[in-house]
Design a protein around this ligand. Structure first.
Ligand code: LRH
Ligand code: MN
Ligand code: MN
Length: 431
C-alpha cells in the first residue's frame, strides 16, 4: 500500500502558510464580530459538520463512451479505503465512507479493521440492482427489464434478497442505513404499466423494510431519467415521498442534487421534505445538464448555498431528522482524491455561509414584503469568504491549511502509480 500521508508533510505545508492564515482568520473574526457573529462558535459548528465520501468516487469515472483511467487507481475496496484515508487525513471533513455492494464486497471484519486503522467509519450502504452481476451466484437473473419493479416475481425476489444482504454486510461494519436507487423504467410509451410497476416496487420495498434492523433507516433515491428515457419508476421526490410514507417511520427520501430537471428548485424540495419529516439524506454533486456528477459547488455554488440555507433555517427540525450527508460524484478529468477534498470543502463552505444568514432580518424583510433586502441578506452571507474558517477547522483537526497543495507535495499519487498497475481504458460505465 502506498504510504499514507506523512504528518511531517502536513506540518511543513502548514508552517509555510501559518502566518498568513492567522492574519486572515483574525481579520475575518473582526469583520464577523461587527455583524454580531462569533467566529469561534462558527468554527466549532463547521468542524462538527462532516460528509461521507463514496467508495466508487475514488476511482476515475467514465461515460458510456469511454473511460480514461488515471494513474495509480485503486484496484479494490481496500485500496479505495486507503485513498479515502488520505482525503480525511488532509481535509478532516470526511471521516466516513459509503460502500456500494457488490462492488465493495469483502470480509466485513477486514473492512472494519482497515477503516479503523485509517480513522474511518461507514455511512449508508448502497445496493446495486442496476447492473447484472454474473459472478455473484446469488444474482443469476438479469435486471435488463428492471429489478424491484420487475414483472417477474423471481427477479423481484432476487433484488429484495440483494438488498437484505447489503443490509447484513452493513450491520457487520457498523452502518445504520441503506440507500436504494433502482434504474427501473421504460424507453417506450406502453412498454410498462406505470401504475403496476410502481405497485410492484412498493411491494418489494415493503419486503426490504420488513428486514430492516430496528435502529436502521432506509432511503429511497429518486432520479428523473437515465438509464430509462421514457419513464422511470422512482422519478421524482413525490414518488419517493409516497414510498417513504407508505413504508413507515424508518423510511426517508434521499436527494441527489443531480437527479432533477435543469433549474428545478431543489431547495424547495428540501424544504418540503423537512416539513414532512422525510428528509433522509443527500448525494452532493453539481450539474449543468443532467446527472453530470460534477464536483459539488463547481457549477452553481449559490444553489448549494440555498440548499444549506434551508437546512440551517430548519433548526431543531433538522436535528431530529439528522440527514445523511454523502458525496456522489464521478471524476473523469481530475485526480479523484483532489476532487473529493475540494468538494467536501465546498459543501462545508455552503454550510458556513448559511450559518451567516441573519435570520431575524431575513424574516422581517420577507414579512414586510421587501424582496430586495431579503435577497440582500442571503447574498451578503453568500458573498462572505469563509475560507479562513474552513482552513482553521482543518488545522485544529490535524489537517492541512491547503490540502491540495499538501497532497501534491506528499507524492501519494506517484507512489500509488508505482504500486498499482494501470487499468485498461476501454469501455464506458459510470465508475
Ligand atoms: C444513480 C446514482 C445512485 C447510484 C450511484 C452510483 O445515478 O446517483 O446513487 O448508487 O449513482
Ligand atoms: Mn446518487
Ligand atoms: Mn446519480
Amino acid at each position: 500500500m502506498p504510504s499514507p500521508i506523512d504528518p511531517s508533510v502536513i506540518e511543513t505545508s502548514n508552517a509555510a502558510r501559518a502566518r498568513d492564515h492567522a492574519a486572515d482568520f483574525a481579520s475575518l473574526g473582526e469583520r464577523l464580530a461587527r455583524r454580531g457573529l462569533d467566529i469561534e462558535a462558527l468554527t466549532a459548528k463547521v468542524s462538527a459538520f462532516t460528509v461521507a465520501v463514496p467508495s466508487w468516487g475514488v476511482g476515475t469515472g467514465g461515460t458510456r463512451f469511454a473511460r480514461f483511467p488515471g494513474r495509480g487507481e485503486p484496484r479494490g475496496i481496500f485500496e479505495k479505503l486507503d485513498d479515502c484515508g488520505v482525503i480525511q487525513a488532509l481535509g478532516r471533513a470526511t471521516p466516513a465512507v459509503s460502500l456500494h455492494i457488490p462492488w465493495d464486497k469483502a470480509d466485513p471484519a477486514e473492512l472494519k479493521d482497515r477503516a479503523a486503522a485509517l480513522g474511518l467509519s461507514f455511512d449508508a450502504m448502497n445496493s446495486n440492482t442496476f447492473q447484472d452481476h454474473p459472478s455473484d451466484p446469488r444474482q443469476p437473473l438479469s435486471y435488463k427489464y428492471g429489478s424491484l419493479s420487475h414483472a417477474d416475481p423471481a427477479v423481484r425476489a432476487q433484488a429484495v434478497e440483494h438488498n437484505l444482504e447489503t443490509i447484513a454486510i452493513g450491520e457487520a461494519i457498523g452502518s445504520k442505513a441503506i440507500t436504494v436507487w433502482i434504474a427501473d423504467g421504460s424507453n417506450f410509451a406502453g412498454q410498462s404499466d406505470l401504475s403496476r410497476a410502481f405497485e410492484r416496487y412498493l411491494d418489494s420495498m415493503k419486503a426490504i423494510y420488513a428486514g430492516l434492523p430496528a435502529d436502521w433507516r432506509i432511503f429511497s433515491e429518486h432520479k428523473m431519467y437515465e438509464p430509462a428515457f421514457y419513464s422511470t419508476v422512482v422519478s421524482d421526490w413525490g414518488t419517493s415521498y409516497m414510498t417513504a410514507q407508505e413504508l413507515g417511520p424508518k423510511a426517508f427520501c434521499l436527494v441527489d442534487l443531480g437527479h432533477h430537471a435543469p433549474n428545478v428548485n431543489i431547495e424547495q424540495i428540501v424544504a418540503r421534505l423537512i416539513r414532512a419529516s422525510k428528509l433522509g439524506g443527500f448525494h452532493f454533486n453539481d450539474s449543468k445538464y443532467g446527472d453530470d456528477d460534477l464536483d459539488a459547488g463547481s457549477i452553481d455554488p449559490f444553489r448549494l448555498f440555498l440548499v444549506f440555507n434551508e437546512l440551517v433555517g430548519a433548526g431543531d427540525a433538522l436535528e431530529r431528522l439528522y440527514p445523511a450527508h454523502m458525496i456522489d460524484q464521478s471524476h473523469n478529468v481530475t485526480d479523484p482524491i483532489e476532487s473529493l477534498i475540494r468538494s467536501a470543502d465546498e459543501i462545508r463552505r455552503a454550510y458556513a455561509q448559511a450559518l451567516l444568514v441573519d435570520r431575524i432580518a431575513l424574516s422581517g424583510h420577507q414579512d414586510g414584503n421587501d424582496p430586495l433586502m431579503a435577497s440582500e441578506v442571503l447574498k451578503s452571507a453568500f458573498r462572505t469568504d469563509v475560507g479562513p474558517i474552513l482552513a482553521e477547522a482543518r488545522l485544529r483537526a490535524g489537517g492541512a491549511l491547503d490540502p491540495i497543495a499538501a497532497y501534491r507535495a506528499s507524492g501519494y499519487r506517484e507512489a500509488a502509480a508505482a504500486e498499482r498497475p494501470a487499468v485498461p481504458g476501454s469501455g464506458g460505465g459510470i465508475v
